[in-house]
Ligand binder design. Structure first.
Ligand code: ZN
Ligand code: ZN
Length: 257
């Protein structure tokens, strides 16, 4: 039983982190596949950088470049160029480059996010990018000191999992697994990555229909991120863009037949 509480803490911290990444950063900001209600948007913009350590505008900008140049020479993090392991470092460097590009008003970066009418987060404008990481480290140290070390580790690994989870999506999702669609890139649908990372592993489906809030094409493809969008829509926090939802495999195959 003693091991269950830290595991539950890890799951909760990871769930919060992943909800921000897959719903807010990815489906809402980068692709506008869901439209956040104004209060949700204000809340997310105020809290996201503190929770994840990542700037929302820089993340969206880097991700749009990934879609614009997917697996080509200008893709910020392609395993075709950096190698599967090398994506771990390539994505970090690309994020830093993008954030610096936005701060120095580089036209190639600004062009990608013209429609996002909010600035780079003040933490990053003032060179305080490290503050959320320091805060989470302090909270983890306090949990380790006052409870036990597994609690501190569970909290930190759950909230700060983005390098690993980004690496799995960006490398495995573009190197291994089946494809449903012929796309110009090498995107794939690794099932296990989709299961563990809120549907984000379904890169091939997502590159074929980037404006779709749902990433699952076949019934057995897991997409917890879309389920969360449905819940958030039900409570009035956002609206799913239903004009751009990808078709379901069964329906598409019926039409072809
Ligand atoms: Zn991709
Ligand atoms: Zn995307």
């Amino acid at each position: 039983m003693a091991a269950l509480a830290p595991l539950a803490l890890f799951a909760a911290a990871y769930g919060v982190h992943l909800a921000y990444i897959t719903v807010f950063y990815h489906r809402a900001l980068a692709h506008r596949a869901v439209r956040l209600q104004p209060a949700t948007l204000r809340f997310a913009l105020a809290t996201a950088n503190w929770v994840t350590g990542l700037d929302p505008k820089a993340w969206a900008c880097m991700h749009r470049m990934h879609h614009a140049f997917s697996d080509g020479p200008e893709d910020p993090h392609s395993p075709a160029r950096a190698g599967v392991l090398g994506v771990l470092v390539a994505q970090l460097r690309a994020y830093e480059r993008t954030l610096f590009g936005l701060l120095s008003r580089h036209p190639a970066c600004l062009r990608q996010v013209e429609d996002l009418d909010f600035p780079v987060h003040w933490l990053n404008r003032r060179g305080l990018w490290w503050l959320p990481y320091a805060l989470h480290t302090a909270v983890a140290a306090a949990l380790a000191a006052f409870l036990r070390w597994p609690y501190g580790l569970a909290y930190f690994l759950g909230l700060m999992s983005h390098p690993i989870e980004g690496w799995v999506v960006n490398s495995v999702g573009h190197a291994f697994g089946p494809r449903n669609f012929e796309t110009p890139d090498n995107s794939r649908n690794p099932w296990l990555a989709a299961l563990l990372i809120g549907g984000e592993g379904l890169q091939n489906n997502h590159h074929r229909y980037p404006r779709s809030a749902r990433f699952a094409y076949r019934r057995w493809e897991p997409d917890a991120g879309f389920l969360l969008c449905l819940v958030l829509e039900r409570v009035g926090a956002l609206a799913i863009d239903r004009d751009h939802l990808m078709p379901r495999a069964a329906a598409a195959e019926r039409v072809q037949a």
